[in-house]
Design a binder for this molecule. Sequence first.
Ligand code: FES
Length: 266
Amino acid sequence: MKLGSQLRAYGPSGSFTPTVAPAAKQSLYLSAGSGVTPLMSMTRASIDLGLDRDIVFVHSARTPADIVFRKELERLVALSPRLRTFFLCEGIGNESDWSGPIGRLSLQQLSEWVPDYAEREVFTCGPAGYMKAAQTLLREGGHNPARYHQESFDFSAGAATVETAHTAETAAPQVDASQETFTVKLSRSSRTFKMRASETVLAAAKKAGVAIPSSCSQGICGTCKTKVLEGEVDMKHNGGIRDREVQKGFRLLCCSRPTSDLVLEL
Ligand code: FES
């Protein structure tokens, strides 16, 4: 990079957001470790925007010293009567005067802190084991699974989904279209390359030496979002693009396979 270099940036995307349940006025945020991050953003946004949301934030950490955003959460609690926080630690570490509970999240502890948890929209983020345990515990407690949301950035899980979706679609093809080739044109650079129908546009572009920004390669992060100016693709994404972006012609190239020649805004 040098002075004057330009960077292309995108806004936040994905489906782990309270907007998935706009009518829900009562939320329960469950996090562990660095999983606190997206829930912290959601809490800040709710308070900064003056949204009328009742939030109970239950965070698990190894020790009190490991509670991420502890001071900020305490400050936000003092600011907003609609926010309550509870911290749960596996051990006291160096904080000998810690008066909070020690252990892992249990239904008993949750019921004590949040007696109306079954009525709340639940958002969970943390290590996979934690999220699985939280989900099981809530189910056992009679929480409606339709009101449970969890952050997922597990690329291997995404890969399985994409692969399964693609395999299912192509399991019994009427015609073997995988050998079909299409031409992809890039409108800005005027470059052109050929690709097979079975490849993703991102993989084919890389093979042709065309650099397209990408990260997860599983339709999750949204980095490869590109406008398709002409032609059609078959996209199997994992939440990395919004419906309104699709309507505007954007596609995630890492999980899109062409069904015609294409012109991309690149
Ligand atoms: S690279 Fe992440 S969505 Fe395509």
